[in-house]
Design a protein around this ligand. Structure first.
Ligand code: ADP
Ligand code: MG
Length: 368
């Protein structure tokens, strides 16, 4: 039934209002069959709304949804090729693991032998073979999560919709389950759409990520695109640890732009936006690509530098964050491997912050 070349989900100009609340404005999105797709963004951005529209639990205010090429407008959830794993999806506490997983199949009136066979295969898949007669309270949080997943996967839909499936787990368990989810998805080969507000979770599981905020799809791409080459200022601010500098284009010269930050002028690659002179722009540099330079320190040819005052260092284990203030009062964080930076700085010291020109990215400033 799953054709590798087709689109599992195609969302066209999709909008949803709850009364006066515009939860989604006009979303366009394609998820290919067999992809692990993450919807990532801050709380209240519209992720759950988008997932529920795809699953058919709520009706759109405008636009269309195609699942495997078929318009599903008006189709009830159980007539769609989707299964929803709800945010607060709890197991039935009075039923064994096996009965919990078999529940949906019983509703479909499958023969007992088939139910037993499918349930056993699912327990194996999620790493809980032999746990058939355990009760939910006899399982750890991670094991309960696996049973929930088995209960959804056993229904054999083409598209699994997961709404913050790991939100209730602690950080260590969440990491483990992320890898487990990805392994299971690769094994079953169906499409997963996974909603999360946690960027590390999205980057771990997903083939592609859509950033959803304020009812809009801000941008989408592979985890590497989103992390290393964000186009929008919002993404640069939301993903990773980027330092942002607002300024105005002093002059544009082909693929290079000169940006006036008010207290310094720097050069940047024009990137995707190629702004004209006078345009308000934001420059971002990943914090781990910034350098701290003491006066008289050595400068590479293509280094861009700005003056700063050292504030303090915050030891974070693997990395250390060095806080500085800029002449305009803005704070900036420079993050290095804890052993990487041998020089010592003291609060109030005048230093310079530097980066290779090619490591800076230019974004449109959103107020325009
Ligand atoms: N049933 C509802 N009635 C009214 N407003 C809602 C309802 N569900 C969600 N909203 C609003 O729609 C917006 C998007 O919510 P949601 O889709 O839950 O975002 P997310 O999952 O990204 O946190 C929020 O402003 C939220 O308050
Ligand atoms: Mg939500």
């Amino acid at each position: 039934m799953v054709n590798a070349a087709d689109s599992a989900v195609e969302v066209i100009d999709l909008a949803k209002n709850y009364g006066p609340v515009r939860a989604l404005r006009s979303i366009n999105l394609t998820v290919e069959s067999g992809q692990y797709y993450a919807l990532l963004g801050p709380s209240g951005g519209g992720k759950t709304t988008l997932l529920r529209l795809i699953g058919g639990f709520i009706k759109p205010s405008g636009g269309r949804i195609l699942l495997h090429g078929h318009d599903v407008n008006g189709l009830a959830p159980n007539h769609r090729p989707t299964t929803m794993v709800f945010q607060s999806f709890a197991l039935f506490p009075h039923m064994s693991v096996e009965k919990n997983i078999a529940y949906g199949l019983k509703l479909q009136r499958l023969p007992k032998s088939e139910i037993r066979e499918k349930t056993g295969a699912m327990l194996e898949l999620v790493g809980l073979a032999g746990y058939n007669s355990r009760m939910p309270h006899e399982l750890s949080g991670g094991q309960q999560q696996r049973v929930q997943l088995a209960r959804s996967l056993v229904l054999e839909s083409d598209i699994l919709l997961l709404d913050e499936p790991l939100a209730s787990l602690d950080a260590k368990l969440r990491k483990e389950m992320c890898l487990e989810l990805k392994r299971i998805q690769e094994k079953v080969g169906i499409t997963f759409i996974h909603v999360t507000h946690n960027q590390e979770e999205a980057m771990t599981v997903a083939d592609r990520i859509a950033i959803i905020a304020g009812g809009d799809l801000i941008e989408e791409g592979t985890p590497r695109d989103i992390y290393e080459r964000p186009v929008e200022r919002f993404t640069a601010e939301f993903i990773g640890e980027n330092s942002l500098l607002d300024g105005r284009v002093a002059s544009a010269n082909g693929d290079r732009v000169s940006v006036d930050l008010g207290f310094a002028k720097i050069e940047a690659p024009a990137g995707n936006i190629s702004p004209a002179a006078g345009a308000a722009v934001t420059l971002s540099v990943r914090s781990e690509l910034l350098r701290l330079i003491v006066p008289g320190g050595e400068l590479g040819g293509a280094m861009q530098t700005i003056p700063a005052t050292y504030v303090e260092e915050i030891y974070l284990g693997l990395t250390t964050s060095h806080l500085v203030t800029l002449p305009n009062g803005d704070e900036m964080a420079v993050r290095h491997l804890s052993e990487g930076q041998s020089a010592h700085f003291h609060p109030g010291q005048d230093i310079r912050i530097g980066w290779h020109m090619v490591d800076a990215r230019l974004h449109r400033t959103q107020t325009e």
